[in-house]
Design a protein around this ligand. Structure first.
Ligand code: PSV
Ligand code: MN
Ligand code: MN
Length: 386
Protein backbone atom coordinates (compact mmCIF):
# COMPACT_ATOMS: atom_id res chain seq x y z
CA UNK A 1 0.00 0.00 0.00
CA UNK A 2 2.90 2.36 0.60
CA UNK A 3 4.08 4.58 -2.25
CA UNK A 4 7.69 5.05 -3.30
CA UNK A 5 9.27 8.46 -2.59
CA UNK A 6 10.94 10.11 -5.58
CA UNK A 7 14.54 11.36 -5.53
CA UNK A 8 13.21 14.88 -6.06
CA UNK A 9 11.13 14.59 -2.90
CA UNK A 10 14.09 13.28 -0.93
CA UNK A 11 16.32 16.04 -2.34
CA UNK A 12 14.30 18.65 -0.45
CA UNK A 13 15.61 17.55 2.93
CA UNK A 14 18.10 19.97 4.53
CA UNK A 15 19.15 19.74 8.16
CA UNK A 16 21.15 22.34 10.05
CA UNK A 17 23.66 20.96 12.54
CA UNK A 18 24.61 22.77 15.76
CA UNK A 19 28.20 23.84 16.38
CA UNK A 20 27.81 22.85 20.05
CA UNK A 21 27.24 19.21 19.17
CA UNK A 22 30.94 18.85 18.36
CA UNK A 23 32.25 20.13 21.67
CA UNK A 24 32.53 18.09 24.84
CA UNK A 25 29.37 18.12 26.86
CA UNK A 26 27.77 16.26 29.69
CA UNK A 27 25.52 16.60 32.64
CA UNK A 28 25.94 18.44 35.93
CA UNK A 29 27.58 15.24 37.16
CA UNK A 30 30.41 15.05 34.67
CA UNK A 31 31.61 16.37 31.35
CA UNK A 32 33.55 13.61 29.62
CA UNK A 33 36.21 14.65 27.17
CA UNK A 34 36.62 13.00 23.80
CA UNK A 35 39.93 12.83 21.93
CA UNK A 36 39.89 15.10 18.91
CA UNK A 37 37.36 17.57 20.30
CA UNK A 38 37.46 20.86 18.35
CA UNK A 39 39.48 23.64 19.97
CA UNK A 40 37.77 26.50 18.16
CA UNK A 41 34.82 27.28 15.85
CA UNK A 42 36.96 26.57 12.78
CA UNK A 43 37.48 22.99 13.91
CA UNK A 44 33.80 22.63 14.76
CA UNK A 45 33.03 23.59 11.16
CA UNK A 46 35.47 20.99 9.87
CA UNK A 47 33.64 18.31 11.87
CA UNK A 48 30.25 19.52 10.73
CA UNK A 49 31.46 19.45 7.12
CA UNK A 50 32.20 15.73 7.52
CA UNK A 51 28.53 15.14 8.26
CA UNK A 52 27.53 16.92 5.09
CA UNK A 53 30.25 15.30 3.01
CA UNK A 54 29.06 11.79 3.90
CA UNK A 55 25.31 12.34 3.95
CA UNK A 56 24.61 15.32 1.66
CA UNK A 57 22.00 16.37 4.23
CA UNK A 58 23.58 19.03 6.40
CA UNK A 59 24.69 22.08 4.40
CA UNK A 60 24.50 24.64 7.23
CA UNK A 61 25.87 24.98 10.74
CA UNK A 62 24.13 26.85 13.56
CA UNK A 63 26.32 29.05 15.73
CA UNK A 64 25.99 29.88 19.42
CA UNK A 65 27.16 33.32 20.52
CA UNK A 66 29.48 33.95 22.32
CA UNK A 67 30.53 30.29 22.42
CA UNK A 68 31.51 30.63 18.78
CA UNK A 69 33.01 34.10 18.97
CA UNK A 70 35.93 34.70 16.58
CA UNK A 71 38.04 37.73 15.77
CA UNK A 72 37.55 37.42 12.06
CA UNK A 73 34.03 36.46 10.97
CA UNK A 74 34.92 36.68 7.31
CA UNK A 75 37.63 34.11 7.85
CA UNK A 76 35.09 31.80 9.50
CA UNK A 77 32.67 32.34 6.64
CA UNK A 78 35.38 31.68 4.08
CA UNK A 79 36.43 28.52 5.91
CA UNK A 80 32.84 27.28 5.86
CA UNK A 81 32.63 27.85 2.12
CA UNK A 82 35.93 26.09 1.58
CA UNK A 83 34.54 23.12 3.50
CA UNK A 84 31.33 23.08 1.45
CA UNK A 85 28.99 24.32 4.16
CA UNK A 86 27.51 27.68 5.21
CA UNK A 87 26.92 29.43 8.52
CA UNK A 88 23.32 29.28 9.72
CA UNK A 89 21.20 30.38 12.64
CA UNK A 90 22.80 32.46 15.36
CA UNK A 91 21.70 31.41 18.88
CA UNK A 92 21.87 34.02 21.60
CA UNK A 93 23.04 33.18 25.11
CA UNK A 94 21.63 34.93 28.16
CA UNK A 95 21.98 32.06 30.56
CA UNK A 96 25.62 32.04 31.59
CA UNK A 97 26.09 35.44 33.15
CA UNK A 98 25.55 36.28 36.82
CA UNK A 99 23.60 39.37 35.81
CA UNK A 100 20.92 37.10 34.39
CA UNK A 101 20.36 35.12 37.57
CA UNK A 102 16.81 36.48 37.92
CA UNK A 103 16.05 36.81 34.24
CA UNK A 104 17.32 38.53 31.11
CA UNK A 105 14.73 40.06 28.78
CA UNK A 106 12.18 39.82 31.61
CA UNK A 107 14.40 40.99 34.49
CA UNK A 108 12.81 43.51 36.90
CA UNK A 109 15.86 45.80 36.55
CA UNK A 110 15.95 47.86 33.36
CA UNK A 111 19.76 47.84 33.41
CA UNK A 112 19.85 44.05 33.12
CA UNK A 113 17.20 44.05 30.42
CA UNK A 114 19.30 46.59 28.52
CA UNK A 115 22.30 44.30 28.76
CA UNK A 116 20.27 41.34 27.46
CA UNK A 117 18.84 43.38 24.59
CA UNK A 118 22.31 44.64 23.70
CA UNK A 119 23.55 41.06 23.62
CA UNK A 120 20.92 40.32 20.98
CA UNK A 121 22.00 43.42 19.03
CA UNK A 122 25.48 41.98 19.04
CA UNK A 123 24.10 38.70 17.72
CA UNK A 124 22.42 40.61 14.90
CA UNK A 125 25.76 42.29 14.09
CA UNK A 126 27.26 38.81 13.90
CA UNK A 127 24.45 37.69 11.58
CA UNK A 128 25.35 40.50 9.18
CA UNK A 129 28.92 39.23 9.15
CA UNK A 130 28.03 35.57 8.76
CA UNK A 131 25.16 36.06 6.31
CA UNK A 132 22.78 34.31 8.71
CA UNK A 133 19.05 34.74 8.33
CA UNK A 134 17.80 33.61 11.73
CA UNK A 135 18.32 34.85 15.25
CA UNK A 136 17.21 32.15 17.64
CA UNK A 137 16.11 33.21 21.09
CA UNK A 138 15.80 30.72 23.89
CA UNK A 139 15.51 32.18 27.36
CA UNK A 140 16.29 30.58 30.69
CA UNK A 141 13.99 33.18 32.28
CA UNK A 142 11.45 32.24 34.91
CA UNK A 143 11.02 31.98 38.67
CA UNK A 144 11.47 29.23 41.21
CA UNK A 145 8.98 30.29 43.84
CA UNK A 146 5.39 31.53 43.81
CA UNK A 147 5.41 35.24 44.52
CA UNK A 148 9.05 35.68 43.49
CA UNK A 149 8.10 38.07 40.69
CA UNK A 150 5.00 39.12 38.82
CA UNK A 151 4.26 36.65 36.03
CA UNK A 152 2.23 39.28 34.24
CA UNK A 153 4.79 42.09 34.47
CA UNK A 154 7.47 39.73 33.22
CA UNK A 155 5.34 39.07 30.13
CA UNK A 156 5.06 42.84 29.56
CA UNK A 157 8.82 43.31 29.92
CA UNK A 158 9.42 40.37 27.61
CA UNK A 159 7.14 41.86 24.95
CA UNK A 160 8.96 45.20 25.15
CA UNK A 161 12.42 43.67 25.02
CA UNK A 162 11.55 41.40 22.11
CA UNK A 163 10.06 44.34 20.20
CA UNK A 164 13.33 46.25 20.50
CA UNK A 165 15.32 43.30 19.22
CA UNK A 166 12.88 42.58 16.42
CA UNK A 167 13.02 46.22 15.27
CA UNK A 168 16.77 45.89 14.89
CA UNK A 169 16.55 43.00 12.39
CA UNK A 170 17.08 43.66 8.69
CA UNK A 171 14.20 42.97 6.33
CA UNK A 172 15.63 39.62 5.28
CA UNK A 173 16.32 38.46 8.83
CA UNK A 174 13.99 36.61 11.20
CA UNK A 175 13.59 36.04 14.89
CA UNK A 176 12.72 32.49 15.88
CA UNK A 177 11.46 32.18 19.45
CA UNK A 178 11.81 28.94 21.34
CA UNK A 179 9.65 27.70 24.21
CA UNK A 180 10.42 25.22 26.95
CA UNK A 181 8.11 24.11 29.71
CA UNK A 182 10.63 24.00 32.56
CA UNK A 183 14.31 24.28 33.51
CA UNK A 184 16.35 26.04 34.69
CA UNK A 185 13.37 27.77 36.30
CA UNK A 186 10.91 25.37 37.87
CA UNK A 187 7.92 27.29 39.26
CA UNK A 188 7.20 29.21 36.10
CA UNK A 189 9.03 29.71 32.82
CA UNK A 190 8.48 32.95 30.90
CA UNK A 191 8.05 31.20 27.52
CA UNK A 192 6.80 27.77 28.58
CA UNK A 193 4.71 26.71 25.60
CA UNK A 194 3.97 27.22 21.93
CA UNK A 195 1.00 29.44 22.74
CA UNK A 196 3.14 31.95 24.63
CA UNK A 197 5.77 31.95 21.92
CA UNK A 198 3.01 32.36 19.35
CA UNK A 199 1.37 35.37 21.00
CA UNK A 200 4.72 37.16 21.21
CA UNK A 201 5.55 36.31 17.60
CA UNK A 202 2.14 37.49 16.48
CA UNK A 203 2.64 40.83 18.22
CA UNK A 204 6.13 41.21 16.72
CA UNK A 205 5.30 40.63 13.07
CA UNK A 206 5.66 38.33 10.07
CA UNK A 207 9.36 37.68 10.56
CA UNK A 208 8.93 36.32 14.07
CA UNK A 209 8.21 32.59 14.21
CA UNK A 210 8.01 29.83 16.77
CA UNK A 211 10.76 27.25 17.32
CA UNK A 212 9.55 23.81 18.29
CA UNK A 213 12.21 21.89 20.19
CA UNK A 214 11.02 18.28 20.36
CA UNK A 215 12.59 17.84 23.82
CA UNK A 216 10.74 20.73 25.41
CA UNK A 217 7.36 19.21 26.17
CA UNK A 218 5.75 17.35 29.03
CA UNK A 219 5.62 13.58 28.57
CA UNK A 220 2.68 12.50 26.46
CA UNK A 221 2.31 15.84 24.64
CA UNK A 222 0.99 15.38 21.12
CA UNK A 223 3.77 17.27 19.34
CA UNK A 224 2.44 16.60 15.85
CA UNK A 225 -0.71 18.48 16.83
CA UNK A 226 1.42 21.53 17.60
CA UNK A 227 3.19 21.13 14.26
CA UNK A 228 -0.14 21.01 12.43
CA UNK A 229 -1.48 24.02 14.29
CA UNK A 230 1.60 26.23 13.84
CA UNK A 231 1.78 25.38 10.15
CA UNK A 232 -1.91 26.30 9.77
CA UNK A 233 -1.10 29.64 11.37
CA UNK A 234 2.01 30.20 9.25
CA UNK A 235 4.09 30.53 12.41
CA UNK A 236 6.34 27.48 12.52
CA UNK A 237 9.82 28.89 11.95
CA UNK A 238 12.09 26.06 12.96
CA UNK A 239 12.48 22.73 14.66
CA UNK A 240 15.12 21.81 17.18
CA UNK A 241 15.32 18.04 16.82
CA UNK A 242 16.45 15.73 19.59
CA UNK A 243 15.11 12.88 21.72
CA UNK A 244 14.01 12.82 25.29
CA UNK A 245 13.19 10.11 27.74
CA UNK A 246 12.69 12.36 30.78
CA UNK A 247 13.61 16.02 30.54
CA UNK A 248 15.66 18.13 28.15
CA UNK A 249 17.82 15.10 27.37
CA UNK A 250 19.15 16.33 24.00
CA UNK A 251 19.72 12.75 22.85
CA UNK A 252 19.92 11.65 19.22
CA UNK A 253 16.75 12.49 17.30
CA UNK A 254 14.64 9.44 16.49
CA UNK A 255 16.42 7.34 19.11
CA UNK A 256 13.80 7.37 21.87
CA UNK A 257 10.64 7.33 19.79
CA UNK A 258 11.04 6.94 16.01
CA UNK A 259 7.27 6.66 15.65
CA UNK A 260 6.80 10.12 17.16
CA UNK A 261 9.40 11.54 14.76
CA UNK A 262 7.56 9.89 11.87
CA UNK A 263 4.22 11.37 12.99
CA UNK A 264 5.82 14.81 13.27
CA UNK A 265 7.22 14.56 9.74
CA UNK A 266 3.86 13.36 8.41
CA UNK A 267 2.28 16.55 9.73
CA UNK A 268 5.19 18.62 8.44
CA UNK A 269 4.60 17.28 4.94
CA UNK A 270 0.80 17.54 5.19
CA UNK A 271 1.05 21.16 6.27
CA UNK A 272 3.42 22.14 3.43
CA UNK A 273 6.38 22.69 5.76
CA UNK A 274 8.63 19.99 4.31
CA UNK A 275 11.20 21.50 1.94
CA UNK A 276 10.01 25.01 2.79
CA UNK A 277 13.10 27.07 3.66
CA UNK A 278 10.94 29.06 6.08
CA UNK A 279 10.60 25.96 8.25
CA UNK A 280 14.19 25.28 9.17
CA UNK A 281 15.06 21.81 10.46
CA UNK A 282 17.85 22.02 13.00
CA UNK A 283 19.43 19.53 15.38
CA UNK A 284 19.80 20.64 18.99
CA UNK A 285 21.77 17.84 20.53
CA UNK A 286 24.77 17.06 22.63
CA UNK A 287 26.75 13.84 22.54
CA UNK A 288 27.79 13.13 26.09
CA UNK A 289 29.02 9.55 25.82
CA UNK A 290 29.07 8.77 22.10
CA UNK A 291 31.45 10.04 19.43
CA UNK A 292 30.22 13.37 18.17
CA UNK A 293 30.56 13.29 14.38
CA UNK A 294 29.10 9.76 14.15
CA UNK A 295 26.36 10.91 16.56
CA UNK A 296 25.48 13.71 14.17
CA UNK A 297 25.63 11.40 11.15
CA UNK A 298 23.26 8.99 12.89
CA UNK A 299 20.95 11.89 13.70
CA UNK A 300 20.60 13.25 10.18
CA UNK A 301 20.15 9.72 8.85
CA UNK A 302 17.38 9.11 11.40
CA UNK A 303 15.61 12.22 10.15
CA UNK A 304 16.11 11.13 6.54
CA UNK A 305 14.65 7.72 7.32
CA UNK A 306 11.62 9.27 9.01
CA UNK A 307 11.14 11.55 6.02
CA UNK A 308 11.36 8.64 3.55
CA UNK A 309 8.79 6.69 5.58
CA UNK A 310 6.50 9.70 5.78
CA UNK A 311 6.84 10.23 2.02
CA UNK A 312 5.79 6.58 1.59
CA UNK A 313 2.38 7.42 3.00
CA UNK A 314 -0.38 6.77 0.48
CA UNK A 315 -2.09 10.10 1.03
CA UNK A 316 -4.77 9.45 -1.60
CA UNK A 317 -5.87 6.16 -0.03
CA UNK A 318 -5.71 7.84 3.36
CA UNK A 319 -7.97 10.67 2.21
CA UNK A 320 -10.57 8.15 1.02
CA UNK A 321 -10.41 6.15 4.26
CA UNK A 322 -10.80 9.34 6.26
CA UNK A 323 -13.73 10.53 4.19
CA UNK A 324 -15.42 7.20 4.76
CA UNK A 325 -14.58 7.34 8.46
CA UNK A 326 -12.87 3.98 8.14
CA UNK A 327 -10.87 4.26 11.31
CA UNK A 328 -8.95 1.03 11.08
CA UNK A 329 -8.11 1.38 7.41
CA UNK A 330 -6.85 4.94 7.94
CA UNK A 331 -4.69 3.77 10.81
CA UNK A 332 -3.48 0.80 8.72
CA UNK A 333 -2.42 3.07 5.87
CA UNK A 334 -0.41 5.25 8.25
CA UNK A 335 1.18 2.28 9.98
CA UNK A 336 2.03 0.74 6.65
CA UNK A 337 4.13 3.77 5.76
CA UNK A 338 5.84 3.64 9.14
CA UNK A 339 6.57 -0.08 8.75
CA UNK A 340 8.14 0.36 5.30
CA UNK A 341 11.83 -0.49 5.27
CA UNK A 342 13.23 2.51 3.41
CA UNK A 343 16.88 1.63 3.98
CA UNK A 344 17.51 -0.08 0.59
CA UNK A 345 15.79 2.79 -1.22
CA UNK A 346 17.90 5.35 0.63
CA UNK A 347 21.11 3.43 -0.07
CA UNK A 348 20.31 3.48 -3.81
CA UNK A 349 19.35 7.14 -3.63
CA UNK A 350 22.67 8.04 -2.02
CA UNK A 351 24.71 6.05 -4.49
CA UNK A 352 22.93 7.70 -7.40
CA UNK A 353 24.08 11.03 -5.96
CA UNK A 354 27.67 9.90 -5.57
CA UNK A 355 27.36 9.57 -1.79
CA UNK A 356 28.30 6.47 0.19
CA UNK A 357 25.40 4.00 0.47
CA UNK A 358 26.30 3.62 4.15
CA UNK A 359 27.51 7.05 5.32
CA UNK A 360 28.33 5.88 8.84
CA UNK A 361 30.57 3.05 7.66
CA UNK A 362 32.24 5.28 5.12
CA UNK A 363 32.96 7.93 7.73
CA UNK A 364 34.35 5.47 10.26
CA UNK A 365 36.58 3.97 7.56
CA UNK A 366 37.84 7.41 6.48
CA UNK A 367 40.32 7.72 9.36
CA UNK A 368 39.01 11.20 10.25
CA UNK A 369 38.44 10.41 13.93
CA UNK A 370 41.93 9.01 14.33
CA UNK A 371 43.37 12.02 12.53
CA UNK A 372 41.69 14.63 14.73
CA UNK A 373 42.52 12.66 17.88
CA UNK A 374 46.19 12.87 16.93
CA UNK A 375 46.12 16.47 15.72
CA UNK A 376 43.94 18.23 18.27
CA UNK A 377 45.10 18.41 21.81
CA UNK A 378 43.10 20.21 24.51
CA UNK A 379 39.60 20.43 22.99
CA UNK A 380 37.06 22.56 24.83
CA UNK A 381 33.59 21.74 26.04
CA UNK A 382 30.49 22.80 24.18
CA UNK A 383 29.66 25.37 26.80
CA UNK A 384 27.20 23.09 28.59
CA UNK A 385 27.31 21.15 31.78
CA UNK A 386 30.55 22.22 33.42
C1 PSV B 1 18.30 24.72 26.52
O1 PSV B 1 17.15 24.01 26.82
C2 PSV B 1 18.62 24.55 25.07
O2 PSV B 1 18.71 23.14 24.88
C3 PSV B 1 17.58 25.15 24.16
O3 PSV B 1 16.86 24.10 23.56
C4 PSV B 1 18.37 25.92 23.13
O4 PSV B 1 17.89 25.76 21.84
C5 PSV B 1 19.72 25.30 23.28
O5 PSV B 1 19.82 25.07 24.67
C6 PSV B 1 20.85 26.14 22.83
O6 PSV B 1 20.83 27.41 23.46
MN1 MN C 1 16.56 23.93 21.54
MN1 MN D 1 16.82 22.27 25.15
Amino acid sequence: MAVIPTPEQLDRLRIEVPSWAYGNSGTRFRVFSTPGTPRDPFEKLADAAEVHKHTGLAPTVALHYPWDKVDDWQALRARAEELGVALGTVNSNTFQDDDFKFGSLTHPDARVRRKAIDHHFECIDVMHETGSRDLKVWLADGTNYPGQDSIRERQDRLAESLAEIYARLADDQRMVLEYKFFEPAFYHTDIPDWGTSYVHCLALGDRAKVVLDTGHHAPGTNIEFIVAQLLRLGKLGAFDFNSRFYGDDDLIVGAADPFQLFRIIVELIAGGGYGDPDVQLVLDQCHNIEEKVPGQIRSVLNVQEAVAKALSLDTEALAVARRECDVLLANDILMDAFATDVRPLLADYREAKGLPADPMRAFLASGYLERIAAERVGGTQAGWGA
